[in-house]
Design a protein around this ligand. Sequence first.
Ligand code: CAA
Length: 387
Amino acid sequence: MDFQLSDEQQMMQTVAREFAQREVAPIAAEFDASGEFPFETIRKAGELGFMGVEVPPEYGGAGLDAISYVLMLEEIAAADAAHATIMSVNNSLYCGGILQFGTEEQKQKFVRPVASGQAIGAYALTEPQSGSDAASMRTRAALAADGTHYVINGKKSWITSGPVADYMLLFAVTDPEKRSRGISAFIIDCREPGLVRGKTEPKLGIRASATCEIELVDYRCPVEHRLGREGEGFAIAMQVLDAGRIGIAAQAVGIARAAYEASLAYAKERKAFGAPIGSFQMIQQKLADMKCRLDAARLLTWRAAWLREQAKRDGRRYTLEGSIAKLTASETAMFCAHAAVQIHAGMGYSKELPVERYFRDAKITEIYEGTSEIQRLVIARQETGLR
Ligand code: CAA
């Protein structure tokens, strides 16, 4: 057991912190207000390797480990959760999926542009009528008579980065008789005809990360762009989400940390009844509870990331630990953001400080990449072995 980060991990944490505080934190409020996609900072982050942290250099990435990834994501999220969402989807859901299941040609063609920050990736699983019950999707991919391509029709919803994505990992039914075993995965080039983007969703939080519905109308996907074999799509989607959930845990830790650090500083500076409010036991209790939950969430996130790193060598599963980290960290982000608003009182409710943004941004971490209810279901199924 060693809690000491390696020199490289510490260096990447510092690089990410400096970048986040210099480039991201100063624009976060403005982009939150406008809901505009932060192309410029995402491009700069991409040049530094932030969009393909675990992607080997031969595919355009930084070639770092899973621990470095969560450290860097925490730093970005502590400055702005919306940037962290874009980073997490590019890294875990898009690049991670193709890296793990793609052919050499698919990795060269589809990972490189996203990992190097020149293009944006997305992940299309959810549909208007299927969120938590992902296997009940209706989007249909039918193999053409000549066997060269699939024709895809259907609607995907809540697609993070959907309005701006260049490429997308998409899941569709190839054999309706087989439910989850009849789903396949496809790499979609969003610039090809047949992909229609809906309006950008107006959201409570992570407002600068654009989200929309995607409709596929007779979209022609070449057979060589199918990821994995026919029928393997659902298992691929779930394994990609195992990794994605660790990223969301890191994002939640970043939001929780920002809320805690703001509260700590405010508790020392704000005076009431002739003393800093941090000297009052009711504020101390809040700070102590925030700190305990924050440390616990971060350690669970690091454990899950460590297991993911081992899995690259021995193929072990980390479904359980990823869900534990995501559940704990997202509820910690909500807890800390809620306490931070209360500690700041009127100022916590004001848009003059970022605390109200942490509160709005924290909520999504309990919803996307599997709600807290789904994480509990996954944890209980893993523990009991029952379905
Ligand atoms: N790894 C490998 N295989 C897995 C797996 C995993 N983590 N989870 C399930 N599978 C396999 C099962 O072993 C099973 O295989 P067999 O058919 O060979 O037995 C198959 O997949 C079906 O599994 P289940 O019977 O458990 O499937 P289910 O229908 O009961 O659903 C679920 C399970 C956990 C509820 C799943 O549907 C789920 O995770 N739902 C939540 C979906 C989700 O997280 N959506 C988020 C959308 S993405 C998003 O938010 C992205 C964004 O833009 C930010």
